[in-house]
Design a protein around this ligand. Sequence first.
Ligand code: URA
Length: 242
Amino acid sequence: MSGTIRLDRLLANLGYGSRSEVQHLVRIRAVTLGGVPVEDAGMRIALAADLPSRLSVDEKPLDPLPGLALMLHKPLGVTCSHKEVGRLVYDLLPPRWRRRDPALSTVGRLDKETSGLLLLTDDGALLHRIISPKHHVAKHYTATLARPLRGDEAALFASGTLMLEGETKPLAPAVMEVLSPTSARVIVTEGRYHQVRRMFAAAGNHVDALHRERIGGLLLPADLGAGEYRQLKPADVAAIFA
Ligand code: URA
């Protein structure tokens, strides 16, 4: 993130209100830079990484600048959507973040009944780098199954010929490791609809529980509880592609 932007535009883009609402915040001296109230809502401001620590609104540090990327421990029962009914992943974030422009979006989706590592970003280029099959970013899942494994699943998933119901292109080879008679780790590089559940359905089984533990080299941290989120550091982003 670099360059300069009008202060009122920046705050409006971060969801603090319309341009005129933000101008009002400046008039009532609620916006401070280095502890000093900003006089001119139209001042141009450099988008420096440390800006959130210098610019305050209502005595609180500014929200993260555009270019935001997060990891979220998605709990069961919440939906990866901006507008469906019921609990949405965006409800787990500060309400103001719903009004950001560019908008924060999930990087791919997890089913409502899948838990685990979910990334969100407002950086379209980053999002595409992660989901593009070209980059082969591996997604690691643990699946708990309704029935014991048959023994042929790993070969089937690795074959590169497995065709999911209703599709015309076979799945790219995927890795499966047995964890117990009724659980397995599955590593896929694609992100087809209900992919892991449908892979096990094609192998005559049923997924009772599904959890994503890792994306590329980025692991869901053990200390990030269900429903909690954390901003990605540059090293976390690098780990995704490592
Ligand atoms: N595969 C699925 O079936 N569901 C998910 O949420 C992710 C991968």
